[in-house]
Design a protein around this ligand. Structure first.
Ligand code: BMA
Length: 322
């Protein structure tokens, strides 16, 4: 029986997308960025892995965000190995954020270079043409999502560099132009020891703006004798100073337990990269990869998540630098 603490309910049609649904031959689909277009259509920018093991991004569109997906008949965004050698081994795990002041969507993704995974940005209006900004964070770095509004005079981006000394934590960096990034701040640290979010954490979908603060759904990786377990939990950050953590939940809110989360290329993984929000401003549709082999949907309420965090979360203060 799939376990949950009740905040997120798995959709009965899960998994909602698999490689079998693809209009061209692919090995697996997973980890989709998500957005709702102006006409209400749900667009998923799916990570699609080919039979070389390299990934590209492909858009799937649906009126209800659950079924009857119309999938692009070829890659929507392919690695451009000529002008962007950092994409040599593929592009993965897109996060989509609408930037109202630019009237364009940001797509932050992992460019898998020979030097390791790094963060790249592209902007698009229509998910047909993309303007690439190239590498914005050198390897190793991944799990990046833009903050939709400028903080003061600068853009902000959340990302997850890995340290040579072990430990991978969530950072936020600032930029005047989306190309030059600085003022790096540690945003949330992985815990250690037996914790579900020990040693390695990363933002999952982009931040959710609420009157109480920025709600973050993040993943934590627990290393076990039989591999890694990817689960998700919640934290809340200050609206004006997003690097300031207000509350952090101690327990994960969803972990792998359904068959499509336990069995696949990498069993024991739930990996959300995107969400859409219903017309009521509260209903959350969280799209996640299951076992690196399918795309699934879990639904919840932003208000209930905030209530849960107030009840079960604790104030958390992140050291200013590591
Ligand atoms: C992470 C990312 C994800 C993947 C997960 C589990 O490091 O690479 O794309 O889903 O591992 O394999």
């Amino acid at each position: 029986m799939p376990r949950t603490n009740g905040l997120l309910k798995r959709h009965e049609k899960n998994p909602i997308l698999t490689a079998d649904d693809w209009p061209y031959p692919v090995h697996t689909v997973m980890n989709a960025g998500a957005t709702r277009l102006s006409d209400g259509t749900t667009l998923l920018l799916c990570r699609v892995e080919d039979y070389r093991g390299h990934s590209h991004l492909c858009a799937a569109r649906s009126k209800n965000g659950v079924d009857k997906w119309v999938i692009d008949t070829k890659a929507t965004l392919s690695p451009d190995t000529k002008d962007h050698p950092e994409e040599l081994w593929g592009i993965e795990d897109a996060r989509i954020v609408w930037l109202p002041s630019l009237g364009r969507y940001s797509v932050t993704y992992t460019a898998y270079s020979q030097g390791g995974p790094c963060v790249a940005i592209a902007l698009t209006e229509d998910f047909k043409k993309f303007e690439r900004y190239g590498v914005v964070m050198p390897p190793e770095d991944k799990d990046a999502a833009m903050v939709p509004h400028k903080v003061g005079d600068n853009w902000a981006m959340i990302h997850r560099p890995s340290s040579l000394f072990g430990g991978a934590h969530i950072w936020i960096s600032y930029s005047p132009d989306l190309r030059h990034w600085g003022s790096h701040k540690l945003m949330l640290m992985a815990r250690s020891g037996a914790w579900w979010d020990a040693n390695k954490i990363g933002i999952s979908p982009p931040l959710i703006e609420t009157p109480q603060g920025w709600l973050m759904i993040y993943h934590g990786v627990r290393t076990t004798a039989s591999g890694s377990l990817y689960r998700v939990g919640l934290a809340l950050f200050d609206l004006k100073t997003p690097e300031e953590c207000l509350l952090r939940g101690n327990e994960w809110i969803m972990g792998p337990s359904a068959p499509y989360e336990m069995v696949g290329d990498v069993g024991g993984v739930v990996f959300p990269c995107g969400y859409t929000i219903g017309d009521d401003g509260d209903a959350l549709n969280l799209y996640y990869g299951g076992a690196d082999s399918c795309i699934a949907l879990a639904q919840g309420s932003i208000g209930e998540m905030l209530k849960w965090l107030k009840k079960n979360g604790e104030p958390w203060s992140t050291p200013k630098l590591m």
